[in-house]
Design a protein around this ligand. Sequence first.
Ligand code: PGA
Length: 241
Amino acid sequence: MRVEVVADEAALAIRAADLVCDAVRAKPATRLGLPTGNTPIPAYAEIARRVAVGEADFSRADIYGIDEFAGVARTTPGTNSMFYRQYVHFGQRALHCPNPSATEPDEHIRAFADALRRAGGLDLCVLGIGVNGHIAFNEPGSPRDSRARVVELTPASREAHATTFGSLDAVPSHGMTLGVADLLEARRIVVLVSAARKATVVRAAIEGAQTAGVPASWLQSHGGVTWLLDAAAAAALSRGT
Ligand code: PGA
């Protein structure tokens, strides 16, 4: 596992864009998993800028969503599908997202994961983490061998999305997610984390025991993970980086 620390959110966006663009340059037909959340938005803007000026070419890349809410229309503000439409302005040749209005969400997300595996799996998966250590919608309690499934969202995760859905009541109770085991099948993983409020969970995920209580700690068992942190998110790490 590599841990890279940069000064601040702006530097994080540039470095994240470097890592993703380098991967796509090395393999133009990359299958790329991308997270939602506030953290990656500046990186997505930087990648889109590079594509717009011809410094990067994502025309052969396939982009995969890694989780989605369940039980709402795809066009509902707040869904991950809408997030990608709003922020991922590159490589939309093939944007593969679970359908939040699937009538059988458990079957749907399993079929989504199977199709991804049949296509060859993710070459690079970018992840964020929640303050409770979740990765995608794998909330605390998710075992290492968990697969794509429907999950009940924690109150904290629902609250984090209240603004984009318009109110807490409007946030669905359940989501669909690739499982921890599915995410760990990506050949490379880059985890983006900024802000002091994540410093404690970053330390637990990187330096603590591997445990379902902190799903991001399972990333320690993958040989190709790069943690990309800003200084505030790295502040509680005990070892030099
Ligand atoms: P954030 O979300 O980037 O908005 O903090 C990350 C996450 O909850 O996975």
